[in-house]
Design a binder for this molecule. Structure first.
Ligand code: ADE
Ligand code: ZN
Length: 326
């Protein structure tokens, strides 16, 4: 049998991880006290009891409210430090971290404090346990495009840390096409491009992310399964999907993990990876997502090795670094 330890031991890259989604209730209360921020819950238990979601929006409401406790460079460093330690214990050797700068600058937090805090922890993890990683600046698709343009302008000054751009937050009603010009500017500056698409939104959004944003990977992308031509295209063009099984169940993007399309996409030749999205909220880090797939869908040692290997190949690490990890 494929044990948790065997799954955790596989060297893997985390390609779909919102650093703000690693804020565990305990740290949220610590930071709230330190920063004099009021949380609308009295205890860790009361906050954890809110982690019962109907859909993406019900999660996002809590996610944006709770991140108000993150104020300083050291807060972002501590958040990231704790995440990287947990991820490393589950086999993550390279982590590409999404962050949502608009959700912080709107609260008066300096863009550079966010980037530098996360960066401090990445440097430490490199020194202490040889991890590598980078930052992916995500645009909030439910905010005005002008705000995304401002975030990109700030981000283009920090390409020492930022390796790419992404697109997240409420999906339906906010198609990738809105961000065509923002992405063109990011790509012209040499940044990689990824985008959330086909989580709650239709397969047409996945097509737009490919055709208009020139996304190199699709985050989630699970609704592609509804469109066989799109599945064939993803396979033919070797576009990786960063799939997040526990997230999909908790946000009811899939009714039950046993119905999840991961294996059907894999069988159709799509390059799939297994990731954790917002692990503090969805009940599991990278290795635990592999274990959940094993329990609900079945997972052979061969499949597990292949998904882990694909995550490293599909990462934006240098060729030298990939060779070390493969
Ligand atoms: N922001 C954080 N997690 C997200 C998700 N799963 N989908 C869209 N936006 C997000
Ligand atoms: Zn996500």
């Amino acid at each position: 049998a494929l044990t948790d330890d065997a799954l955790y031991a596989l060297p893997k890259a985390e390609l779909h991880l919102h650093i703000e989604g690693t804020l565990e209730p305990e740290l949220a209360f610590e930071l709230a006290a330190r920063n004099g921020v009021d949380l609308p819950y009295a205890t860790v238990e009361e906050l954890s009891a809110q982690y019962d979601f109907d859909d993406l929006q019900s999660f996002l409401d809590l996610y944006y409210a709770t991140m108000a406790v993150l104020r300083t460079r050291e807060d972002f460093a501590e958040l990231t430090r704790r995440y990287l330690r947990r991820a490393h214990a589950q086999g993550v050797r390279h982590a590409e971290l999404f962050f949502d700068p608009q959700a912080h600058t709107a609260r008066g937090v300096a863009f550079d404090d966010v980037v530098d805090g996360i960066g401090d922890a990445l440097d430490e993890a490199g020194r202490e346990f040889g991890m590598s990683g980078g930052l992916i600046l995500c645009f909030l698709r439910d905010q005005p495009v002008a705000s995304a343009e401002e975030a990109l302008t700030a981000g283009l000054r920090r390409t020492d840390r930022i390796v790419g751009v992404g697109l997240d937050s409420a999906e339906v009603g906010y198609p990738p096409s809105l961000f065509e010009d923002v992405y063109a500017r990011a790509r012209a500056a040499g940044l990689h491009a990824v985008a959330h698409a086909g989580e709650e939104g239709p397969p047409a959004y996945v097509r737009e992310a490919l055709d208009l944003l020139h996304a190199e990977r699709i985050d989630h992308g699970i609704r592609s399964i509804e469109d066989p031509e799109l599945v064939a295209r993803l396979a033919g063009e070797h576009i990786p999907l960063t799939v997040c099984p526990l997230s999909n169940v908790r946000l009811r993007a899939t009714p039950d993990l046993r119905d999840h399309p991961l294996h059907r996409l894999d069988a159709a030749g799509v390059r799939v990876t297994v990731n954790s999205d917002d692990p503090a909220y969805f009940g599991g880090y990278a290795g635990q997502n592999f274990a959940a797939v094993r329990d609900a869908l079945g997972l052979t040692a061969d499949q597990a090795r292949r998904f882990a290997r694909t995550s490293i190949e599909a990462s934006f690490a240098s060729d030298e670094r990939k060779a070390e990890l493969l």
